[in-house]
Design a protein around this ligand. Sequence first.
Ligand SMILES: NC(=O)c1ccc[n+]([C@@H]2O[C@H](COP(=O)([O-])OP(=O)(O)OC[C@H]3O[C@@H](n4cnc5c(N)ncnc54)[C@H](OP(=O)(O)O)[C@@H]3O)[C@@H](O)[C@H]2O)c1
Length: 272
Amino acid sequence: MTSSPADTPHASVDQTAVSAPEHLHIAVVGAGKAGTAVARSLLDAGYRVSLSASGDPQTLALMAGIITPGAEPKWTRDAVAGADLVILALPLHRLRLVDPALLEGKVVVDAMNYWPPVDGEIPAFEAEGLGSSVVVQEMFPGAAVVKTFNHTGYSSLEPDRRPAGHPERLGLAVAGNRPDAVALVSAVVDRIGYDPVPVGSLAATRFLQPGGSAFGARLTAAQLKELAGMTVEVTSAEIPSDNTFRPVVIRHGRAIGLSRDDSQWLSSTDSH
Ligand SMILES: NC(=O)c1ccc[n+]([C@@H]2O[C@H](COP(=O)([O-])OP(=O)(O)OC[C@H]3O[C@@H](n4cnc5c(N)ncnc54)[C@H](OP(=O)(O)O)[C@@H]3O)[C@@H](O)[C@H]2O)c1
């Protein structure tokens, strides 16, 4: 395992971007179910968004104009080159096709999951006991990798957005080895409509992955912190006044769900 990129000069975060996160230009690599949901959320939050897939952006433009209007279709290298923040939302087995040099010095969100039915068996991810984002960080040593978005389903990302302070606002875990990169991504998560929950380093994120306690569950920030093993104080603001949210249920160490009613409860194995 290589060391964290924390000491590499290439991976420093532009402090201007951190202090003015609303002006970021964000590249989303992968224009499928997850990538387009993230892209639309970013566009709604006022970000400039470039979008890439595996092929020619002219082909992507036909689709993007309809399902992610406002996003700029580009070749991946062009999307990434001009971006303050890069979001990887492609299948993990395709990640080796992304040139590490493209991501040098970038803050890179890993929204991906290792999913053998789709990805096949990949030895590096099978062997890794610390979590898939640790492997992703090793693949891109010049980038500051931050894990978020992976533990929520693409179909709930947009409808679950809420403004800050809303009693039904949910949390999204944000993990990374670089505090400045985590801060930048947390500001984006907040602006999209979720409470960012810093949960520690990339090595502490197995609970966010398929089979993990937070995977696929709709959780408040307090519940995410609890699953992350952090001490929480549940404030009255986190308890909906109409009591329509039910508490997360932990069975056999896994979160079964949080929802407005029983019929919407989501198994933690339902999505990837
Ligand atoms: N689906 C979910 O609810 C969800 C939620 C959270 C996280 N995730 C994770 O997000 C990742 C993507 O899942 P998905 O469901 O969005 O997959 P998907 O619908 O199959 O879309 C995959 C996208 O990645 C693009 N792609 C493939 N190879 C590429 C490359 N070399 N460079 C750039 N783009 C490339 C594809 O473009 P082409 O069509 O041109 O090949 C396609 O747009 C997976 O790791 C998944 O586990 C999914």
